[in-house]
Write a protein that binds this ligand. Structure first.
Ligand SMILES: C[S@@+](CC[C@H](N)C(=O)[O-])C[C@H]1O[C@@H](n2cnc3c(N)ncnc32)[C@H](O)[C@@H]1O
Length: 206
């Protein structure tokens, strides 16, 4: 095993053990924690949408960060064990009915949209990145409809050919947008996180 692979395995073990000790459902919580500590994405009282939420560690982190004072809507294809203060929808975010449900649950808009959605990987780089970009564009479509002005956004994306056009779209919607690679993401994975702050608002809503 190369030194790099050895180090990656140790890092993975470290976050796994830490997530058990901290009672997080997954080590993914530390990716959000790192992004939030750097960019101050989550504020007490925030109304949050958690896309691709199972098993639930991002929602857990957001609740802990706000001392339980966040209202969260979480959606995933998979079951999510109940979490206090979190409304759970089981289903596909690509289904317009689920999008309509979210619109109904957040009539006054959202302060933060976070997406850790990852498509089922096929092993074909082009297909995997394209499917990931589709999910991020969908999260941005929802942001256009539901995010309050000045709201924040974070979404996981697999780096690929369409990444630059995605970044361009995100920059056109927010005051600030940048891609990040948190330490808790394994280096060998191609995932990046698009972080955006200060939603400019939807001109059609004015
Ligand atoms: C990496 S996991 C999320 C981990 C989660 N953030 C946590 O901290 O526990 C990615 C999730 O995205 C979900 N997902 C992928 N495509 C989806 C879709 N179209 N609609 C809803 N969820 C989706 C998967 O089912 C999977 O549970």
């Amino acid at each position: 095993m190369s030194n790099k692979a050895w180090f990656q395995n140790r890092l993975n073990d470290h976050y796994l053990l830490k997530s058990r000790a901290d009672s997080y459902r997954s080590r993914a919580a530390y990716k959000l924690e790192e992004l939030d500590q750097k960019y101050k994405l989550i504020k007490p009282g925030a109304k949050i949408l958690d896309l691709g939420a199972a098993p639930g560690s991002w929602s857990q982190y957001a609740l802990r960060k706000t001392g339980g004072k966040a209202k969260i809507i979480a959606i995933d294809l998979l079951d999510i064990e109940p979490i206090e203060n979190v409304i759970i929808i089981k289903g596909d975010i690509r289904d317009p009915e689920n999008q309509a449900k979210i619109l109904e649950l957040a009539p006054n808009g959202l302060d933060f949209i976070m997406s850790d959605m990852a498509p089922d990987t096929t092993g074909v780089h082009f297909a995997d990145t394209e499917n990931s970009v589709i999910l991020v564009n969908l999260a941005l479509d929802i942001a256009e409809k539901l995010l309050k002005p000045k709201g924040n956004f974070v979404a996981k994306v697999f780096e690929g050919a369409e990444y630059n056009s995605l970044l361009k779209r995100t920059r056109s919607m927010f005051d600030f947008a940048k891609s990040c690679n948190p330490k808790a993401s394994l280096n060998r994975s191609r995932e990046l996180f698009m972080v955006a702050q200060g939603f400019k608002g939807n001109p059609n809503n004015n």
